[in-house]
Design a protein around this ligand. Structure first.
Ligand code: HEM
Length: 369
């Protein structure tokens, strides 16, 4: 079995765009950017299920994107950071000296997201179990299992939406929010609210958990960079910490891919793709394209920033980037302040189509280690 990163590197060496029986995959950095920025040719409407706003195109996408950006803008999200840092520090303190950094990551992801959405703590175990089952289902490639797990998440969200009464919470606010239609505002339908909440949480809980595992692994295997980051933290240089997070995830991006469908015939990297074809943008490979970043494992936050596609590009670019970065920064500073990290065993890779590590066994030691 191959891990998604190796698969991406190997495929990219053959060609930036390849074709198999059922779909085309875009591995190259420039090509991924082209696809993501041409929504008229590469439609996001790839499934018959309602998917707000991820699966929408054009004006419909713009109208729903306006709604969700109200909840994810910097002025709403940045004030949450002190709470995230407190949570991550508390979780880190509860981990013991030796722990699996993915477990730490899962707890940080679920508790920060629950704090943001004001979801009751009673859902925590259900959400943690769901993340594990979702990853197992994705790994298995069994469509019935992935469908069941998606439905289970929708069920959790439906229950929360139905019972949530805290008027200050984003969940409750969505229930009273509106979307533009034919030049007027209309209330959001219940299924639209459920879909929005599902897209804010389901995949991203896993992505954030895996990202924290990747960051911990990076710190445990790059002690000089960890020392530099600790210094930035002491200086309060949060921009440098955020740039470092982007670059660590560029090297090892656990958010593997997104789908598109061609609306017309198009030629990309010399390949002629007919209309109506499935296209996969492989972010993990695109972030490591040697034509854009040189040696893909070389850590160069400033030099590689312009080629970073961790949060996508174009009209569907991740609206949760600030939220995600602040959750990751909270986890990073908890790890840095806790001392040096060392690996205590092998960190096996996840198998494609899941990214990152299956587990990251680490131990903390004094900082002069
Ligand atoms: C490490 C964490 C994350 C990564 C790597 C990530 C990455 C991405 C990428 C690459 C896209 C573009 C998808 C496309 O072009 O089809 C995207 C879209 C999206 N992300 Fe994130 N994301 C993360 C966390 C989050 C979080 C925490 C949220 C919570 C609100 C979020 C919400 C969304 C939504 C709603 C979209 C769809 C936007 C649209 O279609 O207009 N993401 N994300």
């Amino acid at each position: 079995m191959t891990d998604a990163r190796t698969l991406g590197d190997t495929s990219l060496r053959r060609c930036p765009v390849t074709h198999d029986d059922s779909s085309w995959t875009v591995w190259g950095n420039e090509e991924a950017r082209l696809v993501a920025n041409d929504p008229e040719t590469f439609s996001s409407h790839v499934s018959k299920h309602l998917n707000v706003p991820n699966g929408m195109d054009g004006d419909e996408h713009r109208r729903f994107r306006t709604v969700i950006e109200r909840y994810l803008s910097d002025d709403v999200i940045v004030p949450l950071y002190p709470g995230f840092e407190e949570l991550a520090t508390e979780i880190y303190a509860s981990m013991g000296d030796s722990f699996n950094a993915n477990d730490f990551g899962r707890l940080v992801a679920v508790r920060c997201q629950s704090q943001w959405l004001k979801w009751p703590a009673s859902y925590e175990n259900e959400l943690l179990e769901w993340i594990t089952e979702n990853q197992a289902a994705t790994r298995s490639g069994d469509k019935r299992r992935t469908k069941a797990v998606a439905e289970a998440f929708t069920d959790i969200v439906r229950r929360i939406v139905t019972t949530h009464e805290d008027d200050e919470s984003p969940t409750a606010k969505l229930r009273h929010d509106t979307v533009e239609e034919n030049g007027e505002q209309r209330p959001l339908a219940k299924e639209e609210i459920v879909s929005i909440l599902r897209n804010w949480t389901s995949g991203d809980l896993g992505s954030i958990a895996y990202s924290i595992g990747i960051v911990a692994h990076f710190l445990a295997t790059h002690h000089q960079i960890a020392a530099d980051l600790r210094r930035y933290d002491e200086q309060g240089n949060t921009d440098a910490l955020d740039r470092a997070l982007d670059e660590i995830l560029r090297i090892d991006d656990p958010f593997i891919s997104n789908r598109r469908k061609t609306t017309k015939q198009v030629t990309i990297a010399g390949q002629e793709i007919p209309a109506g074809e499935k296209v996969v943008i492989h972010w993990t490979a695109a972030n490591r394209d040697p034509r854009a970043v040189g040696y893909p494992d070389a850590y160069n936050p400033e030099g590689n920033a312009a080629h970073n596609l961790v949060y996508g590009s174009g009209p569907h670019v991740c609206p949760g980037r600030t939220l995600s970065t602040l959750e990751l920064r909270a986890a990073l500073v908890a790890l840095l302040r806790g001392g040096n990290l060392v690996l205590t065993g092998e960190a096996p890779r996840e198998e494609n189509p899941v990214g990152g590590f299956a587990s990251v066994p680490v131990r903390r030691t004094a900082t002069n280690h």
